[in-house]
Design a protein around this ligand. Structure first.
Ligand code: AMP
Ligand code: ZN
Length: 479
C-alpha cells in the first residue's frame, strides 16, 4: 500500500508520513475552549482531523487520538460571570453540548478527551522542570517562560526573536523580563477558580495545558500535532518551547498539521469577531452529514467560505451519491430479466476499481478530500448509467455499490443510511418548490400580493421557509 504524504508546517513541505512506531499513530489536536456551542469554523477543524484520523485507520494504522477540552481560561471565567454561573460548571455544560454536535457531524469521540482542570498536577510538574533548568522564572505568584533562553524559539512560525521583538508592543506587564515571555502559571485573582502550587494559588496558562496533556497520553515525539492555522503562533510555538525545553531538547511532536479557516466574506469565522454560526444553529436547517460533506468539499489547507448556497450545493451533491446507492440497492433486490453484456458489467467493475485507486491517490496526497469526492462522483455516475440498461442484481453491481459505500464510510458518511432517510422523490420536491417560487414571482410581478403570500404561508406550513433576497427567493427546509 502507498504511504501517506502530508504537509508538515514545521518544514513547510509535503513529507512521507513515517510514524514513530510502525503501524501506530499518536495524534493530538487542540480542542475547543468550552464557553459556548462550537461554531462551524471550529467544526471545520474537528471534521478535518476526524477525516485524517479515519483515513489513517483505513490505511490500517492503530490510531490513538487525543483531543483536549480547555475548560479553564479568561473567556470561560468572563462568560461565567455574565451568566451568573460557576465557570467550571459552565465549561462542563458546554462539554456535554459539544458531544451532541460532534455526534451530529459524525465525529468519532477521541480515544481520550482530557480536560485541562484534571491535569493541573502534570502542568505543575513541567513548570517545575522548566524553572529548575532556568527556562522559567516566578515573579510574585506568576510564572513566565523565558523565550530568549531557548536557542530556536520561533522555529514553527519561522520568526526570529529579533523580528518578534521589533514587532512587539511596549509591554505594560513590567514584571516580564522580555515582552515575549508568556505565562505558564497565573496568580489567582479573587473569586476565580484556583489550584495550589509551589508558587501559591493560581491557574495554568493556556499553552502549558496542551503540553501536559499531549505528553501524558502520547509521550515525547508523538506523531501528529494539529489544530487550526491560527494556533501556529503563539500557541503551538509556545507548546514546542515549553515541551522541548522540559524534554531537554528532545522533539515534542514530529508532524505539525494546520487546517485553513472557514471564512465569512473572506474573514475568519470567529467568536471574537461575532461573525459566527454555531453548528447547533445550522443543524436546524441542514442535516449533520450535509454540514460535514460541505466542510470536506475543499482541501483542508485552502480557505472555505461559508454561505447557505454552498451548503445547499453540498446537500445536492451528497444526495446524488445517496441516490446512486439507493437505486443500486433497489436493483440488487430484483432478479435479472433481460440480458446485459459482459462488457457493461466489466466496465462497471473497472469503474469501481479505478474509483478506489483514485480515491486513495487523492487521500494519500495530503488528505485531498475534495479530489476524493470526485472519484466517488465518477463511480456514482458509472452506477447510474449501468442501471439505466440493467436495473437488476449482478455481482458487479454489488461490488460497485459496496465500493462506493466504503469510500463514503472512510470519510465518515453512511451513504446507505442517509439515502433511506432521503425523500424517495428523485429530487422532484426541489423542482416543485422552484416551480412554486416561479409562480409566486409571477404573482408578485402582477402585484397579486394575496397569491404571493398564500404560496409563502402554505409552504411555511409544510416547513419550507422562503426568504426574499436581492437575488430572488431562497428556500430552506426545516427538519
Ligand atoms: P477555539 O475554541 O477558538 O480555541 O478553537 C478551537 C479550534 O478550532 C482550534 O483548533 C482553532 O484553530 C479552530 N478554529 C477556530 N476558528 C476557526 C475557523 N474559522 N476555521 C477553522 N478552524 C478554526
Ligand atoms: Zn494546544
Amino acid at each position: 500500500m502507498m504511504s501517506v504524504r502530508l504537509y508538515n508546517t514545521m518544514t513547510q513541505q509535503k513529507e512521507e508520513f513515517i510514524p514513530r512506531e510502525e503501524g501506530k499513530v499518536a495524534m493530538y489536536t487542540c480542542g475547543p475552549t468550552v464557553y459556548n456551542y462550537f461554531h462551524v469554523g471550529n467544526g471545520r477543524m474537528l471534521v478535518v482531523f476526524d477525516m485524517i484520523r479515519r483515513y489513517l485507520l483505513y490505511k490500517g494504522y492503530d490510531v490513538t487520538y487525543v483531543q483536549n477540552f480547555t475548560d479553564i481560561d479568561d473567556k470561560i471565567i468572563a462568560r461565567g460571570l455574565e451568566e451568573g454561573m460557576d465557570p467550571l460548571e459552565l465549561a462542563e455544560k458546554y462539554i456535554e453540548e459539544y458531544f451532541k454536535d460532534a455526534e451530529a457531524l459524525n465525529i468519532m469521540p477521541a480515544t481520550v478527551h482530557p480536560k485541562a482542570t484534571e491535569h493541573v498536577p502534570e502542568m505543575i510538574e513541567i513548570i517545575k522542570g522548566l524553572e529548575e533548568q532556568g527556562l522559567a522564572y516566578a515573579v510574585d505568584g506568576d510564572v513566565y517562560f523565558a523565550v530568549d533562553k531557548l536557542p530556536n524559539y520561533g522555529k514553527l512560525s519561522r520568526r526570529s526573536l529579533e523580528d518578534l521583538q521589533a514587532g512587539a508592543r511596549v509591554e505594560v506587564e513590567e514584571q516580564k523580563r522580555n515582552p515575549l515571555d508568556f505565562a505558564l502559571w497565573k496568580k489567582a485573582k479573587p473569586g476565580e477558580p484556583s489550584w495550589n502550587s509551589p508558587w501559591g494559588p493560581g491557574r495554568p496558562g493556556w499553552h502549558i495545558e496542551c503540553s501536559a496533556m499531549s505528553l501524558k497520553y502520547l509521550g515525547a515525539g508523538f506523531d501528529i500535532h494539529g489544530g487550526g492555522g491560527d494556533l501556529v503562533f503563539p500557541h503551538h510555538e509556545n507548546e514546542i518551547a515549553q515541551s522541548e525545553g522540559y524534554l531537554h531538547g528532545e522533539t515534542f511532536a514530529r508532524y505539525w498539521m494546520h487546517n485553513a479557516f472557514l471564512t465569512v466574506n473572506q474573514e475568519k469565522m470567529s467568536k471574537s469577531l461575532g461573525n459566527f454560526f454555531t453548528v447547533r444553529e445550522i443543524l436546524e436547517h441542514f442535516p449533520g452529514e450535509v454540514i460535514r460533506f460541505y466542510l470536506l468539499s475543499t482541501h483542508y489547507r485552502s480557505p472555505l467560505d461559508f454561505d447557505d448556497e454552498n451548503l445547499r450545493m453540498a446537500q445536492k451533491s451528497l444526495e446524488r451519491l445517496q441516490t446512486s446507492i439507493r437505486l443500486a440497492d433497489e436493483a440488487l433486490g430484483r432478479k435479472g430479466q433481460g440480458e446485459v453484456g459482459e462488457e457493461s458489467k466489466q466496465k462497471l467493475k473497472n469503474a469501481a476499481l479505478e474509483a478506489r485507486q483514485e480515491f486513495e491517490k487523492a487521500m494519500d496526497d495530503d488528505f485531498n478530500s475534495a479530489l476524493a469526492y470526485a472519484s466517488m462522483f465518477e463511480l456514482g455516475k458509472a452506477i447510474n448509467s449501468y442501471l439505466q440498461s440493467f436495473p437488476y442484481y449482478s455481482e458487479e453491481l454489488k461490488f460497485a455499490r459496496t465500493t462506493l459505500w466504503e469510500l463514503g464510510d472512510c470519510l465518515g458518511f453512511d451513504l446507505a443510511k442517509s439515502a433511506s432517510q432521503a425523500p424517495k422523490d428523485n429530487g422532484k420536491l426541489e423542482e416543485v418548490i422552484e416551480l412554486l417560487i416561479e409562480v409566486r414571482a409571477k404573482a408578485r410581478q402582477k402585484k397579486d400580493w394575496e397569491m404571493s403570500d398564500l404560496i409563502r404561508d402554505r409552504l411555511k406550513d409544510l416547513g419550507i421557509i422562503l426568504e426574499d433576497t436581492p437575488q430572488g427567493a431562497r428556500w430552506t427546509i426545516k427538519n
